[in-house]
Structure formats: C-alpha cells, structure tokens
Design a protein around this ligand. Structure first.
Ligand code: OOB
Length: 534
C-alpha cells in the first residue's frame, strides 16, 4: 500500500475477503468485461455525445498509455478537476488502470483548494477543463504555476491537450488491496484531508449500494451532482452503474432544466440529489412540461432531508425515495426498497453492509441506550482506517480499536435505522456543500480589519444552513462585501463564502476560555429570525 495510508488490520481484511465482500479485482476490470461481452452497449451519454462500452474501454487503454508517456507512473497521484463529462469517466478509469490514484477536486474549487490538494497529495499532474460555467481553468492553472503536468480538455493553449493522450498501454502491478482513488473529506480542523479508498473496498461500496438500489443493466443513472464526489461517483453512482452494465447520463450542470430534459430524453431511472435540489424538483415536477415517469428511484442525501420535505417529494415525483446518509470516509446508510414509506421519510436508512459496526456514544465515549442521541462511530469493510499522511489527526479521530469518529450526532433505532440529529464536528453543511469552519476562519482572519473570526451555521429553509462569520474588528469594522472580496482574491470556492457577517466587540467564551460557538449559533439564529419577523 502507498506510504502514508493505513491498511485494515490483517484479521479484518481476512474476514472481509472470506465473506466475499472484498473480491480480487481492480475497479477498472468490470469495464473490460462488459466491453468484451457487449461492446455496442451504450455506457455513457452527454447531451451531445454518447459512447459504448467497447469505445470507452479502448479510449481508457489509450489514455492510460498517454498518461504513462507523459510521465505518470504507478503510485503517482493526479488531481482531477473535471465537470460531469465523458472525459471525467475516461480519465478516472485510465488512472485506475495505470495505478495512479486520481484525487478528486470539485469543479467549484479555486486556487486555495487546488493548491492545497496538490500539496497534500504530492500530485504529479492536474487534469482540468479549458472553461466550465464561464470560468477559465487554464488561468487558474497559470496562477498556480504547479511543478507538474497540466492536462486540459478542449482548448489546451500552452498545456498538454487531453486529446493528445494516446499511446499503447503498459501493464501495472497494482492490485485489489492498493489505493484506487482519493476522496476529499468535508474537513473540520485545518485543511480538508485526503481519504484513500482501495480497489477492493470501493468495489464493495459499489456492489452493496448498487444492490440496495436494485440497480441492473437496464438502469439509466443520471449524474447531477459532481462526478468526483463519493455520492455521484460510487453510491452506486457512475462507477456502480458501469459495474452492472447500466448507462450513465452526465448532466453538464446541476440545473433542473438540464436534469429534467435529460431524464425525459434518456428515460433516466435513477439519480441522486442533495436536499436543496430535491426541493426544487418537488416544486417544478408538476409545473414543468417534462415526462419524468421513467424515474423509479431518487436518492436524496448529503445533508438532512426532513420528513415533511421527503413526503412532499415522493408525492410530487411519484417514485421511490431513498434517503442517503453517507460520507467520503466510508459508511453509507440508505433506505431499503422494502422500508415502509414513513420510515423512509423519517430516517436516514440503515448502514448497507451487514458488517458495518456502528456505535453511538456520549461525550465520555460510552455507548448510549438505543434511541438516544450520541456521536456515531463506525468501523467496517468500506470505512477507511486513516486519512492520507495524517498520523496525528488520525490518532484523534479513530478509537484505538479502529472506529472512525464521524462527528455526526445520530439516534440508532431498534430497527437499525439511523436518524441524523446534528453534528459535533466544526463544519457548516450548506445544502450538502461542506464548509470547514477552521479553514474559513483562518482565511477571514487574514483580512487586515479582522482581529479574530469564528464561523457558525445559521438555519436556512432551503440550504438547511448558511454560513455566518462573526468577527472582532481591528479598527473600522469590515463589511460583508470586504470579506467576500478578500476571500475571492485568495481564490476560495464560492460555496465557502460567508452569507452573513456579524461584528462583535469580543467573543463569548466558555469557562475554559474557548470561543463559545453554541452561544454564537444562538446569536446568529436570534438575529436572522428577528430580521425575518420584520
Ligand atoms: C456525503 O459525503 P461527504 O463526505 O461530503 O459528507 C459527509 C457528511 C456526513 O458526515 C454528514 O455530516 C453529512 O455529510 N451528511 C448528512 C447526510 N448525508 C451526509 N447529514 C444529514 N443527513 C444526511 N442524509 O455527503 C455523502 C456521501 C455519500 C452519499 C451521500 C452523501
């Protein structure tokens, strides 16, 4: 295994193999099998292009060869920041085949995030689009001036053209237990961490979630959310659909217009959404003049989807809802096809593997009685054992016996269903986009008019939460626009920009002298509800 990654202890690995969870395959192998069995089957579709399994498999081989020629070798990391396109899928498989794990950045990431990902992964190459949604990623790459290869889809200008990656493939010695890819954590302390996922663990993630979604080769999965996010990538998502021989449709943007017209045209059967999008779909399903009747299952997750919203959603879309509570670190909890509708509306389903070990504990780490709130700890066949190159942090977020402390507050019901009640990790969940508090605080505190900063979530009817930055000023108090301008200059992703700024003479403190975020959250809530009442 790659240096800096933590393997499962041998007894667990043996158990997961004995039980058939971990198979001796690499993630790119099923593509080869489908291509051999049924080369003319359509594998993936974009609004203006489509490609068969046979074509995709050949492309992946040539791309892997081309990347190798560029100097990317086994064990190297490659940061991939591509929107939902055929190239995303092809380069992902090519890197899997080459044994050079992709590190998935979001298309919304900017200078600050990309530089961090580059450094934290020790990457040798970056793959970006020329432009996406009006933003020129080549300019971003120019500013970053990274010491490595920059590959660009579309008009590459001075960089390496994606389409120029074309050479005979070279075999690699990478195996099922090796790291296949890196997912990004939502982050709490410091900068977001990298999550290594092995071929065999992620293959199991794909199979068990495909199974739970009843996915088959007849299914058409629409990728609305970013392809490099665990949810759309592998729960079962793009990779799970291709594993079972289904068809992947790639939405160029998450807009309802794009999604609805693709559902109608491609007869989409399954998709996954975050709650704010699910609310929009609920409102527009009947208004829009589109035929959505092919949908049989819509997953909603990434942030809490309330019971009332869930009921309205099911009524409006007239298809099954699957609540999904997942994390890039592993654990995936989802409604099952035979769950009664009320249980689907009111819970976040059940962990999908029989060998997911979950504990719910109080502040002292003791298990709480069933049905009571506590922090969720988890260990299992597709839950990782450590962040990449993060020994100290790992010592804090894992128990000595290997349970991952999720930072989520849940209740575990007698039936095994989980209800997410909140969070103790210092993060704002902005409609599924995770804003790491500490990262944002450090960035805001670098503004000359800011003495100190603390960010908290404030309730929001659509996003669930929005971000409120509290600051203590140096001299003249700054305005929200000043702070936002400062963050934009530093190249911070738009979803991390604070929605509100509150200036205080000093921060409330806890008895031990820490900033009292509970009090700040109350304050943010009081101020927003007072304004809403006006
Ligand atoms: C998904 O993955 P991440 O890594 O972006 O975020 C994980 C965190 C969880 O720890 C939890 O705090 C929150 O997102 N979360 C939810 C939730 N689903 C995720 N909180 C409440 N209710 C839910 N249904 O977000 C993710 C990965 C795979 C599938 C689905 C979501």
């Amino acid at each position: 295994m790659l240096e800096g990654c933590v393997p499962w202890p041998e007894e667990f690995a043996r158990r997961y193999r004995d039980r058939g969870y971990w198979r001796p395959v690499r993630l790119d192998e099923p593509l080869r099998e489908w291509a051999a069995r049924d080369p003319d089957r359509v594998a993936m579709v974009e609004p203006d292009r489509r490609m068969t399994y046979g074509e995709l498999d050949r492309w992946v081989d040539r791309l892997a060869g081309g990347l190798r020629t560029l100097g990317v070798t086994e064990g190297d990391r490659v940061v991939v920041q591509l929107p939902n396109t055929l190239e995303f899928v092809a380069v992902t498989f090519a890197l899997l085949r080459l044994g050079a794990p992709p590190v998935f950045a979001l298309p919304s990431h900017r200078d600050s995030e990309l530089r961090h990902l580059w450094e934290a992964s020790g990457a040798v190459a970056l793959v970006i689009p020329d432009r996406y949604l009006g933003y020129d990623h080549r300019e971003l790459a120019r500013r970053l001036d990274l010491p490595g290869r920059i590959v660009v889809t579309g008009d590459a200008e001075e960089f390496h053209p994606f389409d120029g990656l074309d050479a005979d493939p070279v075999p690699t010695g990478v195996g099922p237990a090796d790291v296949a890819l890196f997912l990004l954590s939502g982050g709490t302390t410091g900068r977001p961490k990298l999550i290594p996922r092995t071929h065999e663990d992620y293959d199991y993630n794909l199979r068990v979630s495909a199974d739970n979604a009843g996915l088959s080769e007849r299914d058409v999965y629409l990728a609305v959310l970013p392809a490099g996010h665990n949810y759309a990538l592998g729960c079962p998502g793009i990779l799970g659909t291709l594993l079972v021989g289904g068809r992947v449709v790639l939405a160029p943007t998450p807009s309802v217009d794009d999604a609805f017209s693709l559902v109608e045209r491609e007869r989409v059967t399954v998709t996954g959404l975050v709650p704010p999008l699910a609310l929009l779909w609920t409102d527009l399903a009947d208004l829009a003049d589109t035929d959505l009747s092919s949908l049989r299952l819509v997953q909603v997750g990434g942030a809490k989807f309330g019971a009332e919203a869930a009921r309205r959603f099911t009524q409006a879309l007239r298809c099954a809802l699957q609540q999904s509570f997942g994390m890039a670190e592993g654990l995936l909890s989802q409604s099952a096809p035979d769950d009664p509708p009320e249980l689907v509306a009111t819970t976040q389903g059940r962990p999908i593997s029989p060998d997911d070990e979950v504990r719910v504990v109080d502040e002292a780490g003791h298990d709480v009685p069933t049905g009571q709130e506590g922090e969720l700890l988890v260990r299992g066949p597709y839950t990782f054992r450590g962040y990449y190159r993060a020994e100290e942090h790992n010592a804090r977020v894992f128990t000595p016996d290997g349970f991952f402390r999720t930072g989520d507050v849940v209740r575990l019901l007698d039936s095994g269903h989980l209800v997410v009640e909140g969070r103790i990790k210092d993060q704002i969940n902005r409609g599924g986009d995770k804003v790491p508090a500490e990262e944002l605080e450090d960035l805001v505190a670098a503004h000359p008019a800011v003495h100190d900063c603390a960010v908290v979530g404030m309730p929001d009817p659509v996003l669930g939460e929005r971000t409120c930055a509290f600051v203590v000023a140096h001299g003249d108090p700054p305005q929200l626009a000043d702070i936002v301008g400062h963050l934009r200059e530093r190249g911070v992703a738009a979803f991390k920009l604070p929605d509100r700024l509150e200036v205080l003479p000093s921060f409330p403190r806890t008895p031990v002298g820490k900033i009292d975020k509970v009090r700040l959250r109350e304050l943010a809530r009081e101020r927003t509800t007072a304004e809403a009442a006006r």
